[in-house]
Design a protein around this ligand. Structure first.
Ligand code: PHE
Length: 441
């Protein structure tokens, strides 16, 4: 008998789900945004707050989302409708669809940058020595070239092609092979960076917390970054949860995804900061940090051309497995709720997103506002509402029943219930209130 999930197309296996969910989580958030946000927020202190956010808030929210998705077998709007009929909760799903759209638009601009760098790697630009100034000039040149807009469009097109193919054929198959390969390349780069002369300072910057740098702004950035990195707060994990088979253990799957994602973000930091400090650079640099630092170290590796190409190739793919999940949330809303054609909506949404990507590509100020609005605040508000929903409307007991349905025990279920009902809503509200009262900058 076909279960609902089979009828909608689900994941073929648990490992397929883990890799695809990890594929959604691991992306530019880890490699591009984590290092530069950590750099701007003082390094070690940010990292400590980030790790606290991941384990104390985000992991619980991840289980909230996965359980909502699997219990309802729907994408976000439909999920809230199914679990809380005739209420306003589906609006939370609607906010998620909107947020996904907003993130996809600025994210595809950065994804376009990775395509440009892949092109340069292929033509051998990183095989020979490149100094920090030259690297910065290359990056700035890209920002002022019309190519930037074109490449954002190309990336959206690539995303649309895979989303059109549906969940299992497109997403799962690609992730199974590519994610492990990506890890291998990252470890090699980190080893190279860590053995550069002067690397120590970078490691200290990342791990020795200077708590005098702590502020509400740092906490907001860390929370927003942790949510973005785990693809939380906008329903991507609700959607993926709806594709997870009821036979598969959810607790293990969720924890694996969170650990893999956090590990890769830290690994990215261990590539960037040692290399940056070894070259005598400043940690504060903005959105260009990773793009400017990395090209300067490839030539210090044997087989430099290969590493450049493999790194940027895989970074593109990591970005693609994330944009897929963003677009999947948007498209599945129209398919599930309005019975529209997947094919048609995929193209229409890719086009609409491109229109919002253009101003992001042209104006740095617009880009930064979008990044903060959707990538930080919208996700924080979304997670608050999702916690309130599970804690106070749908109920912790129903959620735990769903999480343990496969017969796999959920470790610390009581603690989880407490976090979702009290700690997460209060902590997130407190952070937002402090920010509103002007506690930040
Ligand atoms: N988690 C992705 C990253 O770190 C971004 C993302 C956010 C993807 C929200 C899907 C949903 O790159």
């Amino acid at each position: 008998m076909a279960t609902p999930s089979q009828a909608r197309g689900g994941f073929g296996s648990r490992i397929g789900f883990v890799l695809a969910a990890a594929g959604s989580a691991i992306g530019l958030g880890n490699i591009w945004r984590f290092p530069y946000t950590a750099g701007q927020n003082g390094g070690g202190a940010f990292v400590v707050v980030y790790l606290i956010c991941i384990f104390a808030l985000c992991l619980p929210v991840l289980f909230a989302e996965l359980s909502i998705g699997r219990a309802s077998q729907k994408s976000p709007v439909g999920a809230f409708k199914a679990l809380a009929p005739k209420s306003l909760w589906p609006l939370v799903g609607g906010l998620g669809v909107l947020t996904g759209f907003g993130i996809l638009a600025f994210y595809s601009v950065v994804a376009g940058w990775t395509l440009a760098y892949l092109g340069w790697a292929l033509t051998g630009r990183f095989a020979g020595p490149i100094g920090p100034e030259e690297s910065e000039a290359m990056f700035n040149g890209l920002l002022s070239s019309p190519m930037e807009v074109v490449l954002a469009g190309v990336f959206l097109l690539m995303t649309a092609v895979v989303v059109r193919a549906g969940v299992q054929r497109g997403i799962e198959r690609a992730c199974k092979v590519l994610m492990p390969l990506f890890l291998l390349i990252l470890v090699t780069l980190a080893l190279r960076s860590l053995t550069l002369e002067g690397a120590r300072e970078g490691v200290e910057f990342l791990f020795a917390p200077d708590f005098s740098k702590l502020s509400v702004e740092v906490v907001i950035s860390a929370l927003g970054q942790a949510l973005l990195s785990l693809s939380l707060g906008m329903g991507a994990m609700i959607t993926y949860g709806s594709y997870l088979s009821r036979r598969d253990g959810m607790p293990g799957a969720g924890i694996s995804v969170a650990l893999a994602d956090t590990g890769i973000a830290i690994l990215a930091g261990l590539i960037i900061f040692p290399a940056l400090f070894a070259a005598g650079g400043e940690a504060q640099g903005g959105a260009g940090l990773v793009f400017i630092v990395l090209p300067t170290i490839f030539h210090k590796l044997p087989a430099a051309w290969f590493f450049g190409v493999a790194f940027y190739g895989l970074l593109c793919i990591a970005a693609l497995t994330s944009t897929l999940s963003l677009m999947e949330v948007i498209v599945s809303y129209f398919v599930d709720e309005h019975r529209m054609s997947r094919l048609k909506m995929t193209w229409i949404m890719a086009g609409a997103c491109f229109l919002l990507a253009v101003p992001s590509a042209l104006f740095m100020g617009f880009f930064e506002t979008q990044d903060a609005l959707w990538g930080n605040y919208a996700l924080i508000v979304g997670s608050l509402l999702i916690s309130l929903f599970v804690g106070w409307k749908w109920g912790v007991r129903s959620a735990v029943a769903e999480i343990t349905r496969s017969g796999h025990a959920m470790p610390l279920a009581a603690v989880w219930g407490f976090v979702i009902r009290f700690f997460a809503p209060l902590a997130i509200t407190a952070i937002l209130v402090f920010r509103l009262l002007g506690g930040g900058t």
